[in-house]
Design a protein around this ligand. Structure first.
Ligand code: PBG
Length: 330
């Protein structure tokens, strides 16, 4: 042993020292909680592939939002389950559609909660793709009009942020222009900038009944093998006027989060998606993984990689765990 030699264990010897040298901390302000709004009244129906998550009719969604805000979580991300679907996804941009109705109700009841609306067509199209389909593929430019229209309807309903998740080329610019032209220049865009064609969206597609009826999403979402391409996608969204960029999924893409964090100066969000959530929950329920440890570790590591915000189905559970730790003084 060289002398004097450095002993890393010195600073790990008590819980207080460990807390004082901790480089990354979680706070309720880091979290965005995704929620699913559905038609009806008095509905709170558990999603089988995502235990602990529900389809809420608007009245029950409002109750849930009160609870989310009272935990100190600042924002929710809303997805809609429409009463019916068609080829154009018209339920996405109907003025009285599920999302505008949900946004109006939540903003009226819980004004201090930020409401972020996902903008995409796949929950609303009969074919399950994220845009207008022509000759077996999503037709990019005609889809932009539908997305811009959707974003404006949500902004008018009172959405605080607009989050396009469709991965069409040019959609940030199309949405920014439309919002600005109608007096919504102050409404920020949180773009799904680097969104991969991931197998980890499986449970969500059951939750939103949005699995593509033919083919897959690889002609518009990114190839999981690519990192440099994510930087091009982010640069493009910034040029087009996005305010916050997102990497999705989170845990298998920590390198991408890190590179985006170091190469750009915008806030970075990461989405710990349905498959990341459900895989952990399945292991917790089988007694294979410790629930508290792995929820907080997964979120801490996403923050450590560079995410400012984490969209996570664990948001409520994580806040309760953090409250427990604070009460225990560690
Ligand atoms: C809509 C959308 C999806 C998710 C968020 N927005 C599904 C998809 O692209 O297939 C996935 C969210 C999750 O898995 O938790 N395009």
């Amino acid at each position: 042993m060289p002398k004097p030699f450095y002993r890393p264990r010195r600073l790990r010897s008590s819980h207080l020292l460990r807390a004082m040298v901790r480089e990354t901390r979680l706070s309720p302000l880091d979290f965005i909680y995704p929620l699913f709004a559905c038609p009806g009244e008095g509905v709170k129906r558990e999603i089988p592939s995502m235990p602990g998550n529900y389809h809420f009719s608007v009245d029950r969604l409002v109750e849930e939002c009160h609870q989310v805000r009272s935990l100190g979580i600042p924002a929710v991300l809303l997805f809609g389950i429409p009463p019916s679907k068609d080829a154009e996804g018209s339920g996405a941009y109907a003025e009285e559609g599920i999302i505008p109705s949900a946004v109006r109700a939540v903003k009226a009841a819980v004004p201090d909660l930020l409401v972020i609306t996902d903008v995409c067509l796949c929950e609303y199209t009969s074919h399950g793709h994220c845009g207008r389909v022509q000759d077996g593929d999503v037709d990019n430019d005609p889809t932009l009009e539908l997305l811009a229209r959707t974003a404006l309807v949500y902004a008018r309903a009172g959405a605080d942020l607009i989050a396009p998740s469709d991965m069409m080329d040019g959609r940030v610019e199309a949405i920014r222009d439309r919002l600005d032209d109608h007096g919504f220049e102050k409404t920020p865009i949180l773009s799904y900038a680097a969104k991969y064609a991931s197998g980890f969206y499986g449970p969500f597609r059951e939750a939103a009944d949005s699995a593509p009826q033919f083919g897959d999403r690889r002609s518009y979402q990114m190839d999981p093998a690519n990192q440099r391409e994510a930087l091009r996608e982010v640069a493009l969204d910034i040029e087009e006027g996005t305010d916050i960029v997102m990497v999705k999924p989170a845990m298998p893409y920590l390198d991408v989060i890190y590179r985006v964090r170091t190469e750009f100066n915008l806030p970075v969000a990461a989405y710990q998606v349905s498959g990341e959530y459900s895989a952990l929950v399945a292991a917790h329920r089988n007694g294979w993984l410790d629930e508290a440890l792995t929820i907080l570790e997964s979120l801490t590591c996403i923050r450590r990689a560079g995410a400012d915000w984490i969209i996570t189905y664990f948001a409520k559970a994580a806040v309760k765990l953090l409250q427990g730790q604070a009460a225990a003084g560690s």
